[in-house]
Ligand binder design. Structure first.
Ligand SMILES: *Cc1c(COP(=O)(O)O)cnc(C)c1O
Ligand code: SF4
Length: 356
């Protein structure tokens, strides 16, 4: 067993074990974890003890998970959009392939809470093979996103085989891996892993950090190894009430990510997933926060605030409105809230067709 595997094996999965570390309502946690599994590995547990609520809320079960009657089990209609199990084909040119049912930590706000980490998501080699067959016979798919669960919990060997099989499909140009491992189990990102991944370029990794306290020296080292292997890194953060719904917290997170060579990509509005209502913010709040990011920090550090449409309609960007009027001139406010204008017509000579 490699060292990251032994760290993972020491994860807390029951309320009784958790009570040794934190003062928690054991009986409630047992009930919630019986429905939605808990896994808190020693690395993330140490971060929780040091930083408290914003990290604790992401990992420790909350009784409110069981009281969310309006929530949807599959808000993005992924099961309806799956031509074969564990492959979601929503956009014309890209597909999502779920290759691992486990994660290094079970996030309480997970969109795939209905199945991630449960026996309902067992993924067999045969299942993955059906996904690969679909990709072979659907050449309009140019990009494959590996997700789960967390693909980086597969062994190096299994992942290498899988990537080789994908690379053997001529229509697939780009491989993208979605993984929270650089944040929740950074020791998994070994030099061997980075070297192996580099043999399957063009390969991108989108990771997932939600709070600046997650930007540890270990996480920076993990991201540095991947970046050194030529893998472009981006981050998909989820906007979470009581965790990061604050402009100053997000500014620190986004700046810190950029300094770790990770480019902020999406800031997701929380999905309507059952059991996650207590994490949701209003869209107004998200837009107000974006106003406090845009222009106030490097454009490279500003993610796109996006909503994944319920029912599988895809992601749409949510952008604060700077436009106050559009007629003979565009009227708008600057990022500092100062009124400004720009002409919405061509210069005289161009209008008269005298420009040659
Ligand atoms: C999010 C998602 C993608 C990728 O969308 P991008 O906007 O390209 O990041 C692809 N397929 C599915 C099913 C998705 O949910
Ligand atoms: S790492 Fe991703 S897939 Fe796994 S529980 Fe967290 S949000 Fe869900």
């Amino acid at each position: 067993m490699t060292s990251w595997q032994s760290v993972l094996k020491k994860s807390i999965t029951t309320a009784g074990e958790l009570a040794h570390h934190l003062d928690v309502p054991e009986e409630e946690i047992t009930r919630v974890a019986g429905v939605y599994p808990m896994r808190i590995n020693p690395y993330y547990m140490a971060l929780i003890r040091r930083h408290g609520a914003p990290l604790l809320r992401q990992a420790v079960p909350d009784i409110r998970e069981l009281h969310d009657p309006d929530g949807m089990t599959d808000p993005l209609a992924e099961e309806d959009l799956s031509p074969v199990p564990n492959l979601v084909h929503k956009y014309p040119d890209r597909a999502l392939l779920l290759v691992c049912s486990e994660c290094a930590m079970y996030c309480r706000f997970c969109t795939r809470k209905r199945k991630v980490g449960t026996p309902g998501m067992a993924i067999s080699r045969q299942g993955v093979r059906a996904g690969l067959d679909y990709l072979r016979r659907t050449p309009q798919i140019r990009e494959v996103l590996l997700s789960g669960g967390d693909p980086l919990l597969l062994t190096d060997q299994r992942l290498d085989e899988l990537l080789a099989e994908l690379r053997a499909i001529p229509s697939i140009e780009v491989i993208r891996i979605g993984s929270r491992v650089p944040c929740t189990l950074p020791m998994r990102v070994t030099r061997e892993l980075a070297d192996m991944l580099a043999r399957h370029h063009p390969l991108y990794i989108n990771t997932h950090f939600n709070h600046p306290a997650e930007l540890t020296a270990e996480a920076a080292e993990a991201c540095g190894r991947l970046a050194d292997a030529g893998i472009p890194l981006a981050c998909q953060t989820v906007l979470l009430r009581g965790v990061n719904d604050d402009a100053e917290v997000l500014r620190r997170l986004m700046r810190g990510l950029l300094a770790m060579r990770v480019r902020p990509y999406y800031l997701f509005q929380a999905d309507l997933t059952r059991g996650t209502a207590h994490f949701r913010t209003t869209i107004d709040r998200g837009l107000a926060i974006m106003r406090q990011l845009i222009g106030h920090l490097s454009g490279m550090a500003v993610p796109t605030y996006a909503l994944d449409a319920p029912g599988g309609g895809g992601k749409i960007p949510l952008t604060p409105d700077y436009v106050t009027g559009l007629g003979e001139e565009l009227r708008f406010t600057t990022y500092r809230d100062i009124p400004c204008a720009y002409p919405n017509r061509l210069p005289e000579d161009l209008r008269a067709g005298r420009d040659g």
